[in-house]
Ligand binder design. Structure first.
Ligand SMILES: N[C@@H](CCC[C@H](N)C(=O)O)C(=O)O
Length: 289
């Protein structure tokens, strides 16, 4: 039997697979089956919880961070980072008794992230710095197109400011973007409207997962794109800037500091724990080796 848990951060939901010694094979088909909302457990992605020392991609980080977040998108693809995922990952480590409240470090494909779990259930993550590659990008939905800001948070984002979040449509498919060379590995697309000073709302279509109810790296990208649109740059002014970002699943608070480091704060919840049926899991791997 393989244990799983289910958790979410602002309703970006994950199947959590604890596997300290990295003994469980997770081919893309197994991840997609676990994330299937009708035939599986259901989730936007999988958080595979592995000791850094036991994973070839994280062994070199084992002295800095005991645990590695081996994150997978719902379609089985691998992504560099997942901001909501890191918060839920930390909450799982606390739930399982591996860590207590306070500070910890989590290894990710995007480097080691510093995390703080507070008494009220909120989790803050040091998300690193954004980079803003030059070049015009256009995002299209149906008969509307918008210029988008290219923001990299370890993973790629295209941030488009729109008049109405409904203009993003049903977001059943990845929104087309141009030029194609802008995102050779695909992109997460955020649609943003202003709500007031330091306050915006967004929807997101995630690479590898479809429309989700929140995206942590996306919220960071939106905060930076909004600041630059408004000619605000903490690395120039020396004054931190904070945005409240409303997502369909709740609210995230994003602060960009004068050194360019971005902090994200939001909730992280464990909702269930169970056992995956051995025969069902084995059959997926047999059919899709
Ligand atoms: N939901 C995540 C982002 C997950 C990765 C993304 N889909 C990608 O492929 O880059 C978040 O909270 O950041």
């Amino acid at each position: 039997m393989t244990t799983f848990l289910k958790g979410h951060g602002t309703e970006n939901d994950f199947v959590i697979i604890p596997d300290p010694e990295n003994a469980i094979e997770l081919p893309p088909a197994a991840v997609a089956a676990l994330c299937d909302r009708r035939a599986g457990i259901g989730g936007d992605g999988v958080l595979h919880v592995v000791r850094s020392a036991a994973h070839p991609e994280a062994r070199h980080l084992a002295d800095e961070a005991e645990w590695f977040m081996d994150y997978r998108n719902g379609d089985g693809s691998i992504a560099e980072m997942c901001g909501n995922g890191v918060r839920v990952f930390a909450r799982y480590l606390q739930y399982a008794g591996h860590v207590g409240e306070g500070d910890l470090a989590v290894a990710t494909r995007g480097g080691v992230k510093k995390v703080h779990i507070d008494k009220e259930g909120l989790v803050t993550v040091g998300m690193g710095r954004a980079t803003l590659p030059e070049g015009d990008v256009t995002v299209t939905v149906d008969d509307r197109s918008w210029p988008a800001r290219n923001v990299n948070m370890g993973n790629p984002h295209a941030v488009a400011f729109v008049a109405d979040l409904e203009h993003a449509g049903r977001l059943l498919d990845p929104p087309p973007f141009a030029p194609a060379e802008a995102y050779p590995q695909g992109v997460n697309v955020e649609f943003v409207v202003d709500r007031g000073p330091g306050h915006v709302a967004m929807r997101v279509h995630e690479r590898g997962s479809g429309e989700t109810r929140s995206c942590g790296t996306g919220a960071c990208a939106v905060a930076v794109a909004t600041a630059r649109r408004d000619a605000v740059d903490p690395t120039v002014t020396g004054t931190p800037v904070t945005y409240e970002i409303d997502v369909p699943g709740g609210r995230l608070t994003i602060t960009e500091r004068p050194d360019g480091e971005i902090e994200m704060t939001g909730p992280a919840v464990i909702v269930a724990q169970g056992e995956i049926d051995t025969d069902w899991f084995a059959a997926i791997e047999t059919v899709n080796p």
